[in-house]
Design a binder for this molecule. Sequence first.
Ligand code: G16
Length: 543
Amino acid sequence: MKPKKVATTPIDGQKPGTSGLRKKTRTFMEPHYLENYIQATWNGIGGVEGKTLVLGGDGRHFNDRAAQVVLRMAAAGGAERVIVGRNALLSTPAASHLIRKNKASGGIILSASHNPGGPDGDFGVKYNVANGGPAPENVTRKIFKATQELKKYFILDAQDVDLDTLGETTLGKTVVEVVDPTADYQELMAELFDFDAIKALFAEGFRIRFDAMHAVTGPYAKAILEDTLGAAPGSVVNATPLPDFGEGHPDPNPIWAKELMDVMMGEDAPDFGAASDGDGDRNMIVGRGIYVTPSDSLAAIAANAKHIPSYAKEMRGVARSMPTSRALDRVAEALELDCYETPTGWKFFGNLLDAGAATLCGEESAGTGSDHVREKDGLWAVLFWLNVLAVRKISVADLMADHWKTYGRNYYSRHDYEAVDAEAAQKLVDDLRDRLDSLPGQDFAGLTVETADEFAYDDPVDGSRSEGQGLRITTSQGGRIVLRLSGTGTEGATLRVYLERVETDPERLHDDPQEALASVIAAAEAIAGIKDRTGRDAPDVIT
Ligand code: G16
């Protein structure tokens, strides 16, 4: 079997965004599209000859076909071994773990995360590096450059590999090892958490509903929560991964996981509800009658790490992305932990975790994780919460009430304007950037601007600088407004407006977040003229 050389030309727009390359599925299915990007990835990382790679995806439409292409191109490039999840399935955190455990050079994850799937949905390809984390900017820049210079790619002329059977086969000279996607991950979770305590909790009748949203975590959650920890059969719902996620939007937030929200706000709600996204790295936590925002979940996890032996032992610092609420900062201050603020994108946590500067990190976009892998990890967050509840014997609502009483409450909400005209969105941001210096001291909707700047990040570990990472404005009354354009959308632009206000008055800790934030929302509108410039009356998604 000899690699076939295929002549090609560069394809425009193959620029990795916040998390790999995401495009419409049909775009990825066009001739040469995927092949070009994979070859550019190989070129950008200095080839794959003699390397071990990990491969898996979230099972969305085209996942199976794309995996075969990646395998044939890895073989054509001379990879020594490719470790693949059975049927080309791997959750993103499980892929990260396999890369680390096997000391692989890196891995390809086929996923567009929380974006819808199916032929009319989205597809994505992400390259993760040897530490298990998403490729940092110095690598994605090289990949992008390679896409612009590409003239040929190499692919083995071979039959499909049987990915349904565990064990080793060969493709050319490359060993293809098909592994159980859940086994190693489950072992890691058992090392981190007190499974006996969680088993005892379920044995006492504690009820959970985990919504896998027809995505990749279904098999993981069933194996761990039901089969191992003893949650009642049927606790994990929508557990079979489907190529179109059951025509749903596998994004764990109150809008897209409405079914779960309705159950949790209803009369016979279970004790605990959770959901995860397409590739299993995001999570949503809900208690009976209470939704926990991702920013609050992160802060609560940090505050309660002392109840979990593997984390109590050594908590280094914590980290959050800039738009994430500053609830974490308040916990870090109280616990005397360093707290890092990074740009949006899990890749920015990699250096801090590798250097041992941070143990826990998280984002407002429903990602939480720790140094156990180099990705955010949905099921990990769920197990963390369950472990804490098992030790503290407390409800989610009481835990949060206690948390806010201790640290104050950072009311928080994100307003998304989706598929807006890209030029209009860019102009809104550019115009506001130009006015930033003039804002401090001015009043908007009753709030006075205190500071206004554009976030830039100087990585404390490798000294690299990332500019243009979002506009941030702080106001009187503990308010903060952040505006940035999403780097994961596939249609027009998505404008994200992040709104926050700190409340420490014990009488005002249980208000409706949109009401508690009304003044900040009005100030954001007065400052940026969002409705007028986007032509929208209201955000498409409020989380
Ligand atoms: C990715 C990144 C996250 C980021 C999120 C949203 O998540 O890994 O770090 O917070 O996108 O990014 P943006 O605001 O640019 O759309 P995922 O779960 O989509 O891989």
